[in-house]
Design a protein around this ligand. Structure first.
Ligand code: ADP
Ligand code: MG
Length: 558
């Protein structure tokens, strides 16, 4: 502590680069250790990264708060939120540029394992960012001293010491997340792919605001009696809600009655949510993936023959490549790639689908015979997909009754509330469509040379640009349509994992699915940090293999 003061006094008023003297150093404070992992180049450059380590005999987190993985993840998430909200209060302008700023990684409504906070029996470690103060590029030593010794010390004490937290809130956080995780783990044995608890608030404030809609306006979810199940949770006891069974499930209903809102909540149910979100107990199997049309995407060497064959000019659809996919080919490739990456549930909204991929009605079938139509629509494959691969589908449709022929369950949204229409549809006596086979899919081997992450020789570049793009070597990967990547820390972690597979796994022998399996194993065993290209990252978040696969598949020239 004394040493840090001396350095700050010594470099006071010197040029900004004198701050580099702090780089990679550690200082012992009375209640924590402070590490300077990265020092910014100038007051406007990416901020300085610091790390504090608090011994547990000072932080004093009781064992119950982190006794298993999910509790630990929930606790770390809670602490990050404390740190994040309080840092806004301690952050202030202490000169030019970022001078005086204190901030952490910004979490979304989901609870994820992240690299910003780590806790175990011995230590609590927090990683975050500060702007070292200067004016006219001259170091303001006094300001830096006040910032570290006053603001940061208090920030740490208030947000990371157990005794200063509201125990009731922490307990609710941990118990809610643990219950949600338990619920998700039970789905399979109950024959369900999703559970939506009664009382859930599904609609969001707006398309760009993920907070729940105002409770005065939002209609809480209530399960129809026929689909109601009761599940006993370890912390909060019995909970009632709608269980969505495996198989082919349709969500129908008039426009504006809440179909897409329900589907979006289902697709977000792969994640656990913070208390108060409204979707705490909207829980979906982890391997659920949103499938949409995505014209313009690149497709490389994908076997789309189950859906598309006999193209004019004998284009080989068992090894299909295009720089500029159409709506139908992109949707077909999305499904094949999802199967390759282990998907168990496909989520499809007619709003974002290619009509000619989804259906072909009888009039069209009689006019254009099957052997002149390269596309076998999804309606012919949705049942075989379940029979042959045990992959379920939840499909939103308002415009066409064709899918009633292949549905196991039909949910009709009326004024934002679900009704079970399964029996009513059966009574209509609609002729069911034949079963058929889904067909085999060829596996692919990605070539190492096509994934080089070097921007120029010796200079690796792999980082996310928001949620829309990943910069990877000389290329940009468009992930704007990969809807289930929801935090910046995930897209960044995926970028890092791509470097990892390039360096460690790709050997021109392993197939895509083999690579996915190894990445998944690493993720479970060692956590997201094991992919990091930098030591002690402060901004990574866990991701799913499916989203990793979807990113990899969007690399042009793979
Ligand atoms: P659909 O897909 O059936 O056309 P949407 O899901 O897009 O309908 O919903 C239409 C509108 O209704 C949206 O603006 C949405 O925010 C709102 N909404 C959806 N569910 C609810 C609800 N439970 N309570 C209040 N408003 C809702
Ligand atoms: Mg809709």
């Amino acid at each position: 502590m004394q040493r840090l003061k001396e350095i700050l006094r010594k470099i006071d008023h010197r040029g900004y680069s004198a701050y580099q003297e702090l780089k990679k150093r550690q200082f012992q404070f009375s209640t924590f250790e402070l590490f300077f992992d990265h020092i910014q180049k100038d007051p406007f450059a990416p901020a300085t990264k610091i790390r504090v380590r608090i011994p547990q005999d000072i932080a004093k987190f009781p064992g119950w708060t982190f006794k298993n993985r999910i509790r630990r993840v929930a606790l770390e998430d809670f602490l990050l939120r404390e740190l994040n909200t309080r840092s806004h209060r301690f952050s202030k302008k202490r000169g030019e540029g970022k001078s005086g700023a204190i901030f952490s990684y910004q979490p979304s409504q989901r609870v994820l394992e992240r690299s910003a906070i780590h806790i175990d029996e011995k230590f609590l470690e927090a990683r975050f960012f500060i702007g070292l103060p200067s004016r006219g590029r001259r170091i303001l030593g006094n300001e830096a001293e006040a910032m570290v010794f006053y603001d940061i010390s208090r920030l740490i004490r208030y947000s990371l010491f157990y005794e200063n937290l509201v125990e009731r809130d922490l307990e609710r956080h941990i118990k809610t997340i643990e219950d949600a995780e338990y619920l998700r783990n039970r789905l399979n044995e109950l024959g369900l792919v999703c559970f939506v608890a009664n009382g859930s608030i599904l609609p969001r404030r707006s398309g760009v605001d993920d907070h729940p809609m105002d409770s005065k306006k939002a209609i809480p979810f209530i399960a129809p009696k026929e689909l109601e199940s009761t599940i006993e949770l370890p912390n909060y006891g019995a909970i009632k809600g709608m269980g969505i069974p495996e198989g082919v499930v349709l969500i129908i209903g008039g426009g504006f009655h809440g179909k897409s809102t329900l589907l979006r909540a289902i697709q977000d149910g792969i994640y656990n949510h913070i208390p108060g979100d409204g979707r705490e107990f909207v829980v979906t199997v982890k391997q659920a993936i949103k499938i949409r049309a995505e014209d313009g995407r690149s497709i490389v060497g994908v076997d789309i023959s189950p859906f598309i064959s006999n193209l004019p000019q004998k284009v080989d659809t068992r090894n299909f490549t295009t720089e500029n996919a159409s709506g139908s080919t992109s949707q077909a490739a999305n499904i094949i790639e999802a199967i390759e990456a282990g998907a168990k549930l496909l989520l499809i909204d007619e709003d974002t689908s290619a009509t000619n991929f989804m259906i072909r009605d009888s009039k069209m079938r009689s006019l254009v015979p099957d052997d002149l139509e390269p596309i076998t629509p999804f309606i012919d494959k949705v049942r075989p997909l379940f029979n042959d691969y045990h992959i379920s589908t939840i499909l939103v449709t308002g415009g066409s009754g064709e899918y009633l022929k292949v549905a196991d369950s039909v949910i009709c949204m009326q004024n934002y509330l679900p009704k079970d229409f399964t029996a009513r549809v059966k009574k209509l006596g609609i002729e069911e469509r034949g079963e058929g086979k889904f067909g085999l899919i060829r596996s692919r081997i990605p070539l190492k040379s096509s994934l080089n992450p070097e921007k120029r020789p010796g200079k690796t570049q792999a980082k996310a640009k928001g949620l829309k793009k990943v910069i990877f070597g000389p290329r940009e990967i468009d992930i704007s349509q990969v809807e289930q990547i929801v935090e910046l820390g995930q897209s960044d972690a995926i970028a890092n994992a791509l470097v990892y597979i390039y360096r460690r796994l790709m050997d021109d022998k392993k197939t895509m699915s083999q690579i996915y399996k190894i990445v998944e194993h690493e993720l479970v065993e060692k956590g997201v940090e094991s992919f990091s290209t930098h030591p002690k990252p402060a901004h990574l978040a866990e991701f799913r293999i499916l989203d990793f696969a979807f990113t990899l598949n969007r690399i042009r020239g793979l």
